[in-house]
Design a protein. Sequence first.
Length: 301
Amino acid sequence: MGMTIWIRGARLKTLPLAIAPVLIGASLAWRDAGERRVAVAVLCGFVALLLQIAANFANDYSDGIRGTDAGRAIADEQLSRGPARLVASGVNPKKVLVAAGICALAACLCGLAVIALTGYWWFILVGIACLAACWCYVGGKHPYGYHYLGEIFVFIFFGLVATCGTMFALSGTITPDGLLGGSAAGLVAVAVLCVNNLRDIESDGNHGKHTWMTAMGLRNGTIFTIAILIISALIALRHLLQSSIYAANGIPLIAIIAILCAAQSAASYAIARKTYRRALPLCSLDSLTVAAIFVLSTMLA
């Protein structure tokens, strides 16, 4: 298996969720950013990506040793409802934990570089909170991801913290648009988590993992997931229609709206059809279409 299984373990399909809020935050702050804006924005992107990968490895480790990922080995992938996991595939759990630690350390180094460039030393507290959230999702004795809190923390850290943190690092301020952009990114991240939990609703229930989907059930959970995707799109469209692009760029406006609607429709259809292996990457990519609304609004304004 070699490197291939580690690449799978990093869950590349989820990585757009890390990039989208950074793009939104950077686009909203770009005009007010200083001379080092490119370096700061790139470093913020690396922090988000590395923390996402660290969280994926940490989740693999914790769920693997608990047995929640039983039956998720490479050999059983075609029979399983979800993609293969490292520990379930026979990788030494300690190696998976070390991989998570290495990615987390790399994220910390990038974060320290952001702090050195901006002078915002209190970002260290934000970094500590992010690391704690990564580990405690399914790690430790009382993981919050097992007690109906996973969706809330995903919204906060993959939405508001990533977006507003990037925005503040670049411009020293957070605007209402930043909060709305963070909310849009966070809702898509929650939708991706819900897709995962809809897929695993039976096994999660059997292993005592309590999520919003196990509480709502398959039908209501499906409706909820599609609804929050639509809300994220409406937030992005509100930003688009309030920008000056609305008055000056009719054709780009129509093209952007068409792409967003197509992405939303494809993801929603896959969720409704319960084809979760298609729905998950489609929802992840949908986060980039939402981010593109904010980026292009700034560029074309």
